[in-house]
Each structure stands twice: as C-alpha cells, then as structure tokens.
Design a binder for this molecule. Structure first.
Ligand SMILES: [Zn+2]
Length: 678
C-alpha cells in the first residue's frame, strides 16, 4: 500500500437549496446535538457549533484526526468496500471493470500470500542497485526502478511528470520538480526546534531498522541511516519552501534539455528520458533550478557507495507497504504513529480500499456514483454553484476598491469558470493495465507505472480540460487555476455535508460555503495571477493589485496571530490562499442563500433563527478533533488553517454574523479591524 503523506486535504463543506418549508426539512446537514449551547457564540463560535460533536466523537485509534468530513470519508470507504467485496467474487463472470477492481482488492487483502513472500519481492531491486558500476548509471536505474520515478513528493532525487504550460494553457509540457526526501518537507530537516530534532532522530532510527530488515548488520544499518540523514538534509537545503512555492512565477523556468544538461551535468538526462519512455523532449519546466544545482553538487560530491545507500533506502521505502507485515508495521510506526499520532494501523481492508481508489479510482468510481450519486443530487449541486457564481458577479460589480478595468477582466475570468460536479463525463480507460489476482506487488507496480506513463503521454499534446485529478468518492473539492475549473466529486456531495432534502440555510452554510471557497480561489493571492484561460498573466492594474495586496496582508496578519498548540503558530503566509477562500466563500454563500430564499418566510428551528442556522451549519462543517502530532505536521505542510480558525477567523470578520448572534464590539468574535477582500 502507498504511504500517502500528501493526502492531507480538507477543503470545505457544502449543500443545496430546495424550497422546502423549514419545519419539514430533514436535518441531515445541521445537528443541534453537535452544538454546545453553554458556550457563548460571540466568545467561541467553533466551540458553540461543535462542542457536542467533539465531546461525543473521540478520535478512533487508527485516525490522526477525526472530523465530520473524515467520518464521511470513512462511511464512503465502507460503501466502497461493499462494492469491492462484490467485485472480488469470480462467479458469475464479471465485466472488465469489476475484474480489475475486484482482483486488485482480493490480492491486496490476501495477507497470507503477502506474508509468505516477506521481503522477497524487493531482492531483485536491491541486486540491481548493488550492481551499479558508476554514478553515471544512477539515471538508468531510477528511470526503470520497480516503482516509477515519483510524480510528486518522495521518490528518488526528483519528481518527473507533465504539467500544463503556465504561460500557454493550451499545451502540456514535461516538468521536473524537487522531491526525493523521506520526511514530509524540507523544513523537517532544517528547523532548529526540539520537536524537529526529535523527529529527525526517530527518522534515523526508523531508517536503520528498515536497513536491518533487508538484511544489513545493525552496525552498518546505523551508519547507513546517518548517511541518509546527511544526504537528504543536503537535498532539503536546496529545496524551495512551501511559502515560496505559493507564488506561481517562482515555479516556472522553461528551458531546453540542453539547458538542463548544462544545469545538472552529473545526471545522465538523455538515458533517463529515453528509459522512462518520455523520449525526445524539446523543452520542459524545471520548477526549481536551484534544486537541480543541488542534486548536481551532491552527485558530484558523494561517492557511488553513498548513492547506493540512498537508492536502497528509497527502493525499500517505496515498496514497504506492499511487503510483509513487519515492513508495514515499521513504516506505520514512523509515518503514522510518530509523525501523525495514529495509535493503531488501520485495518487492512481500509488500506486496500484506499489503494484501489488511488490506483483504479475511475473504475471503482463508476460503480460508486451509480449507487450513491443521483442525477437529482448533481442537478441540485449545479444549481447551487451557479447561484453562488451569480452572487460573485454582483459582488465584483459592486466592489468598492477595484477599478472598472480590472473588474472587466475579473468578470471575464468568472464567466469562464467551468463547474465539474460529481464525476468525469468520460471515464479513464484502464484496459492496458493488467491486474493479476494473487500478485499484490505486481499489481501495485503496474498501476504506478500506468499512472506515470499516463502523465508522460500528455507531453506535447493539447490540454484535456475534461480530466479529473480527484476520484469520485473523494471527500474534497478543489479549484484548478490552470484549468480555471472547480471540482466537486460525488464523495463530498453527501450528507451530512450536502443533502438536497435539507433546508437551504443548512446547505448553503455548509456546502455553499465550500463552493464559494473554491470559486474564491480563482481570485486569491495565487489564483488571481492566472487569467480566464488559465495562463499565468497579470490582468490587474497596478493600483488595484496594490489595494488587493494590502487586503490580503490583513488576512495574513490575522491568521499569523493564532496559536495552534504550545509555541506553534499558524504560518499566515502558507495559509493565506485558503484563508482568503474561506472568507470569501462564506460571504458568497450567505448572500446567495439570501437571494435564493428571498420572499420566503423562514421560521426558527430548534430555537435557531434562519441566519443562525446558516452560520451553525458552517461551523459544523469544521467539527474536528486532532492529535497533537498531526497538528504539528499540518502546521508545517498544510496550507489550510486548523478548523477552529477556519470557523472563528472567518465569522469574526463578518458583520452578518455579528447581527445574527447579536455580538457586541469587544467580544472575541467581533474583530475590530475586519478583513474583507471579495
Ligand atoms: Zn481551498
């Protein structure tokens, strides 16, 4: 199974707005018993909305955090398991899709067969590394390793994939990015605080254990683990920070392969491109030239023996979750327990279900949407998102700080946003991916290579804007600035986040705010640098950009003041885009809800006025409990603020909230210098 450190996610929540009378509406999206009415909403609105839920929903042992979204993810996973159990039955004969997902799953849960193999599947790989005769051969090995060169974090040395050209949104080009670390981010190697030091020590112990498990003597294993820390720390030093990566121009350095060869001559690029199957590449984007220089220096400085150690560690780490239980458990002990605070390994079926979703997501997703996503739900979600877009149009037109020229451009961009709801119009074709029952690691390898080649196959071709990056059962949503589209998989359009039979206040407060959030991303500090077609192009007047920047700085200052735990504060520059989106999203949802229900007589329900219901539904979209370890990790790598501040930070900026709960100046949920952008 894969170590999915990047699956940190969590965007917002949403809902729909049918014109049911409040009294007869179901309360799937808003639950009074999840609240804590002993708390004053003007003091801590998050505790008021979620206190009951947090008290009654302790974090399960296999989770690092537990929230209404995570619980929904768990519920979705149980539905997927039922689909997979059915697909795994070989009698009666199955269709091609059921064969693939069913046999993949059956092989993954067959622990006896996996246990019998032990570390055996790794041995040929280790032998190949041992046989390398020169540093020049590193490129040839990486390009044909059992698991492909990574598409993103982790992997060996760097990531290789394709991407839409930042400055020509019609074309896909090759891209090389920083990667190749075993810890989640460069900062883990470089931060001087005690916790980071503790984690680095634990990482070295973990790496040493893994070397022992592949047969090295304890003394050698310890020295090798120190080597890994030294090499990865040097690589980390050359990597760009997450904050710097949030400014898109920092990520764009288009060059020819000849330029790349000059930049990092110690690596055999020609062999690499030929052997990965990328073939001849005219030009590519090198996300971080500085990092390529670092790789070059390190290859030149360190010996072949050191590089063999590096490759052995990463080959072992990449395969660990497909090997016997000793490897799986040791990997969990570090990545799950130590880094995120999970107490126990999630059951095998959960991990295997995740893997099918990861490797065959649009095959499994077809069966999922057939069963759990109705055309009515899709229409209801689409109607809601259009209402929110309509609201944004009026808001842009009325915006007091923006001049007419920029407004014109902003509206052009808004009108070009594509709404992708539920699932793709055209499903991915997995027919060339061979899934063999009983061959767990083989299936995992072939699926990884299938995905890798799918990305490479796009190089030099026009952009396919119908593609999805998330699978249908995913509980998340996103906005893609390069495609200028918003994506809501079927998995997030489910109760208790969205229910077309719930009342409008609840649906707009929850999922409506998520829709507003994704739409606002088109105009956050990052998204606003892309135009209607998804090109990185400045469409702002200088004066308006200055005003925008000072407004976004208000949000940076606000969130930078919040403490996550102990001495850990929110990095307001890292979370700025998400914080802007939260702020804009809730306001848009509120105004859209008002318009949607204009002329209706809305009565209080359970003692909550309609406006109060709207805000409580928003608060409840964030109810979360989280282990301290996970909080620390997210503080470093997650661009989203903790849920408490995604709630309180937003409502304390809104006069609409103050009025709904009759809050007074001076109370904690009333910010003196409110931020407002969109
Ligand atoms: Zn977001």
């Amino acid at each position: 199974m894969k170590t999915k450190l990047s699956a940190l996610v969590l965007t917002v929540a949403l809902s729909i707005a049918p014109c049911l009378a409040q009294e007869s509406a179901s309360n799937a999206v808003l639950n009074i018993s999840d609240m804590d009415k002993t708390v004053d909403p003007c003091t801590d609105f998050y505790a008021y909305s979620c206190g009951g839920w947090i008290k009654n929903n302790p974090i399960p042992g296999d989770q690092a955090r537990w929230s209404i979204s995570e619980k929904l993810e768990d519920d979705n996973r149980a539905q997927l398991r039922a689909i997979l159990d059915e697909a795994a039955k070989t009698d009666p004969p199955r269709n091609a899709i059921a064969q693939k997902i069913g046999d993949y799953y059956a092989s993954c849960v067959d622990v006896d067969a996996i246990e019998k193999l032990g570390s055996k599947p790794l041995l040929p790989e280790l032998a190949r590394i041992a046989a390398l005769k020169s540093k020049k051969e590193i490129a040839g090995y990486i390009s044909t390793a059992q698991f492909p060169p990574s598409l993103d974090v982790g992997g060996m040395l760097f990531a290789f994939r394709s991407n839409q050209d930042y400055k020509d949104s019609t074309q896909v080009i090759a891209e090389i990015d920083q990667a190749g670390l075993g810890l989640p981010d460069r900062d883990y190697y470089l931060n001087g605080d005690l916790k980071s030091e503790e984690l680095r020590k634990a990482y070295v112990v973990h790496v040493a254990k893994m070397f022992e498990m592949i047969g090295d003597l304890p003394k050698d294993a310890a020295a090798e683990a120190d080597t890994i820390m030294r090499v990865e720390s040097a690589l980390a030093k050359g990597q760009m920070t997450l904050v710097k990566r949030r400014d898109p121009p920092n990520l764009y350095h288009k060059m020819t392969v000849e330029d790349l060869e000059k930049l990092a001559p110690a690596f055999d690029w020609n062999t690499y491109f030929v052997k990965t199957g990328a073939g001849h590449i005219a030009s590519l984007n090198v996300v971080s030239p500085q990092y390529l220089r670092t790789i070059n220096d390190e290859i030149a400085t360190e010996s072949l023996g050191v590089w063999k150690t590096y490759l052995r560690w990463h080959a072992t780490n990449a395969a660990a979750n497909e090997l016997s239980s000793a490897f799986v458990q040791e990997t969990f002990n570090f990545y799950g327990k130590m880094l995120r605070g999970q107490q126990e390994l999630p059951p095998r079926w959960k991990r295997c279900t995740n893997d099918v979703d990861y490797d065959l997501g649009e095959a499994l997703g077809q069966a999922y949407v057939e069963k759990y996503f109705s055309p009515e739900a899709k229409q209801a979600a689409l109607k809601m998102v259009r209402e929110i877009e309509g609201t944004m149009e009026s808001e842009i037109r009325a915006l007091p700080w923006m001049g007419p020229e920029t407004k014109e451009q902003a509206l052009t961009k808004l009108h070009a946003v594509v709404n992708k709801i539920g699932y793709p119009d055209k499903w991915r074709d997995y027919s060339s991916l061979e899934i063999v029952r009983g061959d767990e690691i083989g299936n995992a390898k072939r699926a990884s290579w299938f995905e890798f080649h799918r990305w490479l196959a796009k190089i030099g071709k026009p952009v396919d804007r119908t593609e999805w990056d998330m699978t249908p059962p995913t509980v998340n949503a996103d906005y893609d600035p390069q495609r200028n589209d918003i994506n809501f998989p079927a998995g997030i359009l489910q109760p208790p986040l969205f229910d077309q039979h719930s009342d409008a206040a609840a649906n707009f407060g929850n999922t409506g705010a998520t829709m507003g959030h994704e739409l606002t991303h088109a105009f956050d500090d990052e998204g606003s640098q892309f135009d209607a077609n998804g090109n990185l192009r400045d469409w702002w007047t200088d004066e308006d950009r200055k005003k925008f920047d000072s407004r976004t700085q208000c949000v940076v200052d606000q969130y930078s003041g919040y403490t996550i735990l102990d001495d850990v504060k929110i990095n307001g520059k890292l979370t700025n885009g998400e914080d802007i989106a939260d702020l804009g999203g809730l306001l848009l949802a509120y105004l859209a809800w008002k318009k949607d229900t204009a002329g209706q007589k809305l009565d209080p329900v359970d003692g909550l006025a309609p406006e109060q219901r709207f805000f409580v539904a928003y608060g409840q979209s964030w109810c979360t409990s989280e282990r301290d370890e996970d909080k620390r990790m997210r503080a470093t790598v997650d661009p989203h603020s903790p849920e408490k501040y995604r709630t309180n930070g937003v409502v304390s900026n809104m006069s609409e909230f103050r009025e709904a709960f009759h809050c007074k100046p001076g109370q904690p949920m009333v910010r003196e210098n409110s931020c407002r952008i969109w």
